[in-house]
Design a protein around this ligand. Sequence first.
Ligand code: SF4
Length: 204
Amino acid sequence: MSKLEFPSSYIKFNCTGCPLEENKIVWGQGNYKNKIMFIGEAPGVNEEKFGKPFVGRSGNLLNIMLEKAGLNRELFYVTNIVKCRPPNNRQPNDEEKLCCRSFLRLEITKIAPKLIVTLGSTATNAILFNRRSMKLIVGKLVKTKIDLYSYLVFPMYHPSYVLRSGITRDDYLIFFLKLKRVICKIYLTQYKRLRWLVNEICKK
Ligand code: SF4
């Protein structure tokens, strides 16, 4: 049975929502007050072991790319579409994604992100409610509606795609540099309350 814990014990209970309930839950983590969410697919073996999203090889590459672009992962909230590990690292199926969706909606409602960065096609399709090829939308800022509210979404390739040589690390970095420009623009125009963050990341 999976135990859920939302930031600051916002919610805490056991989940028997889908066949993945036997595995340990990996809830989203990070700074949610800055209102930028990274959303991946599902936890893997390392994520389940350490109880934290994106801590394996993919997470390591994500950290490297963020750092190279002058961004610090600690500034962002990182989560997954599905909170429990699917067996054999397979993609979560439609039933699992649907069952877990209420928890993602809860995170989105609570955080009210100014920007959602989706990592990979599973997360992108789930947030944009479509099945468009990543090639057509990667690195483009798009709008979506979730529960009647509009959100800005920046689709990115999943780090595991880069590890499988889908694109080079240099090409991947270009998306992170663009992401940084998008974040700075949002903070400068829509979220002026976080002036210190602009100084922290945008003036470098
Ligand atoms: S994947 Fe989501 S719905 Fe399924 S058991 Fe885990 S928390 Fe519950």
